[in-house]
Design a protein around this ligand. Structure first.
Ligand SMILES: [Fe+2]
Length: 319
């Protein structure tokens, strides 16, 4: 008989009040065998949670692994709210889901279903950020250091949510801000792949194409029925400049919405501090210095100052 393979799982991810559709096993060391702990189609009640406290390791058999993974995804938000699970582990789970959601969104941006998948991701990031004062750092450790539109969208969402929360934006408003951030570059799904991933500086013509992404993203969002002006302007105006001369609408100062100004700062910071094929990454310190000293015509300096304070606060808790 073929021997079954088992994978150990983190018992903290088994959420009280949920139903499992896979068998959970314990390892019986004395007999060197697995014993059934909780059968598939059972409810995880308070009693189970009490028993789980006594247990070191839980296992699922290999046939059930994909069902277990799907279960974790379904319960992502309660996992994100669980303060017993380390931020980095939660971050990894949410990141995986975020990457999938963004992937689907960029492949088929016309699907409202796909865009809606981003909301639980945003909400899970918020839960993690509100719980852990060092969350930004822990979350960014997980994301890749190379620049991809996907990674960039996730990084910008993490920075934006932290900065927004630092500025006192909360509840549904923070959820909306997170959606604006995760969608800010959606228009890049309509820009030529070779331009997006070019190994080096863009030609003028290529840059003209690239510059269309904020209005392309706005058009997609409007077509999808998104009507919240804060999301729409966040997408359309994240490349506007405080003194004018930005694109696509050549706005100035407070003509640029608060959400667009917040996203603008986080977007530039991530672009500077991540590695590109044609440039090395700048350190956070260098990136902030450049933003502070050379970008006062471009970025809202009140937001830059708040961003620096937010990052400093994170640093204080880490050291
Ligand atoms: Fe952009």
């Amino acid at each position: 008989m073929k021997q079954k393979k088992y994978t150990s799982i983190d018992k903290r991810l088994i959420t009280e009040g949920s139903n499992i559709d896979f068998n959970l096993f314990l390892s019986n060391e004395t007999k060197n065998a697995m014993t059934l702990f909780l059968q598939s189609d059972s409810a995880v009640d308070g009693n189970t949670k009490v028993k789980l406290r006594e247990i070191e390791m839980l296992y699922v058999d290999e046939e059930d692994e994909s069902r277990y993974k799907a279960y974790v995804k379904r319960h992502l938000q309660s996992i994100a709210q669980n303060s017993d699970i380390p931020t980095e582990q939660k971050g990894r789970l949410v990141y995986e889901k975020a990457a999938e959601a963004i992937d689907a969104m960029f492949k088929n941006p016309e699907s409202l279903e796909n865009v809606k998948r981003a909301q639980p991701v945003v909400n899970s990031f918020i839960d993690i950020i509100l719980q852990d004062l060092n969350a930004v750092e822990s979350l960014l450790k997980i994301t890749a250091h190379d620049f991809y539109t996907h990674t960039h969208s996730i990084n910008v969402s993490i920075y934006t949510l932290s900065l927004g929360s630092f500025l006192g934006i909360a509840g549904k408003d923070l959820e909306t801000l997170g959606m604006a951030a995760i969608l800010h570059d959606l228009g890049k799904s309509k820009v030529d792949y070779d331009i997006i991933n070019k190994n080096g500086k863009l030609t003028d013509e290529e840059f003209d194409h690239m510059k269309k992404h904020p209005s392309l993203g706005y058009d997609i969002a409007v077509k999808l029925g998104i009507s919240d002006q804060r999301i729409l302007t966040g997408i359309r105006h994240h490349h506007e400049r405080m003194e004018g001369g930005g694109y696509p609408d050549n706005l100035k100062k407070d003509q640029i919405s608060e959400f667009a100004r917040i996203i603008g700062v986080c977007d530039v910071f991530d672009a500077l501090s991540t590695k590109r094929s044609y440039k090395d990454p700048m350190s956070s310190f260098e990136s902030l210095r450049l933003m502070k000293q050379q970008m006062s015509g471009h970025l809202d300096m009140n937001m830059v100052d708040a961003f620096i304070k937010m990052l400093q606060k994170q640093g204080e808790h880490t050291s």
